[in-house]
Ligand binder design. Structure first.
Ligand code: NAP
Length: 281
């Protein structure tokens, strides 16, 4: 809680999608909202737009991530004020077959989707709230099932789930940790994934050229083709409910596909499940 008595949330990746809608909703509910965005221009727009405090850092860079955390602590938590909620949301997908993704692209995927979360959590531990800081980590349905041409993203989210499961066993009792597992949500996610595909995958020389046409077609649509896709605002409201609950669940599946795949993963042999998942190009 801050000096004025309102609660404080820190959100990463609030320039668009789930992070932006969550920032808007918490601000509307009277929370003190601090955001980390990639660029200074995005920060200025968000500060003018919804009146939150925004800090810029490219989370693929450990130095920038570490520096911004120190600055946030200095400027917002100087006298033992505490952080009520930490929402690790920033992330993106690097599409491409295992045999095609360059190691640097895989490394960058891990920098943002895993290492930045590790860095931010370690740096901010001094401002966790004794009455119960809540940490929500945005994983994915792809944090527990795989689909073709998504190995970089899938493996980063699997790793993230392992990281969070371990942290939960060790964390101080007053820290709650919840893995949010969205299925398809309409955001800039696909557009950004297509950008990373174009930047790092050499489709002309790939044995997967034909399948890549389907990948590109899927990523090119503005909205998800899934009829179960949700809007980012719905996800933000779900996050608010998680935060409002006295005790957060260890895992919070969001959208029907996440629920269905959780059941299939548990009860269907992987030889059979693979046949279903292989169709998800
Ligand atoms: N949408 C889905 O279907 C879906 C499903 C499951 C899980 N998720 C997860 O939900 C989270 C939010 O994604 P979204 O769907 O809301 O997509 P989004 O609209 O693309 O938002 C992603 C956010 O992460 C930020 N980000 C990415 N790389 C960054 C970097 N290097 N430094 C700083 N910020 C960076 C983006 O900033 P820029 O605007 O600067 O790129 C943006 O603010 C992600 O962790 C994603 O894995 C999404």
């Amino acid at each position: 809680m801050n000096k004025t008595g309102s609660k404080t949330i820190l959100i990463t990746g609030a320039s668009s999608g789930i992070g932006l809608e969550t920032a808007k909703l918490f601000k509307l509910c009277g929370w003190d909202v601090i955001c980390i965005l990639r660029t200074q221009k995005q920060c200025e727009e968000l500060e003018c737009g919804i009146g939150v405090r925004a800090y810029s850092a490219d989370l693929s860079t450990s130095e920038q991530t570490a520096d911004i955390c120190e600055r946030i602590i200095r400027e917002n938590f100087p006298n033992g004020q505490r952080l009520d909620v930490l929402f690790h949301n920033a992330g993106y997908a690097q599409p491409g077959a295992v045999l095609d993704v360059p190691v640097d692209a895989l490394r960058k995927q891990y920098e943002v989707n895993l290492f930045s979360i590790h860095e931010i959590t370690r740096r901010l531990q001094t401002v966790f709230e004794r009455q119960g800081t809540k940490i929500i980590i945005n994983s994915s349905v792809l944090g527990f099932v795989a689909m073709p041409y998504r190995a970089a993203y899938v493996s980063s989210k699997y790793a993230l789930e392992g990281w969070a499961d371990t942290f939960r066993l060790e964390a101080p009792k007053y820290v709650q940790i919840c893995l949010l597992q969205p299925g398809p949500v309409n955001t800039n996610f696909r557009k950004n994934a297509l950008k990373m595909y174009r930047a790092n995958i050499n489709e002309e020389e790939s044995r997967y050229r034909d399948d890549y046409q389907k990948v590109v077609a899927r990523l090119s649509t503005e909205r998800s083709r899934s009829r179960y896709a949700k809007e980012a605002g719905e996800c933000a409201r779900y996050i608010k409910k998680l935060v409002d609950a006295k005790q957060m669940p260890h895992r919070a599946p969001f959208t029907i596909p996440t629920h269905v795949f959780a059941i299939l993963k548990r009860f269907v042999p992987s030889t059979v499940l693979d046949k279903v998942l292989a169709k998800g190009i």
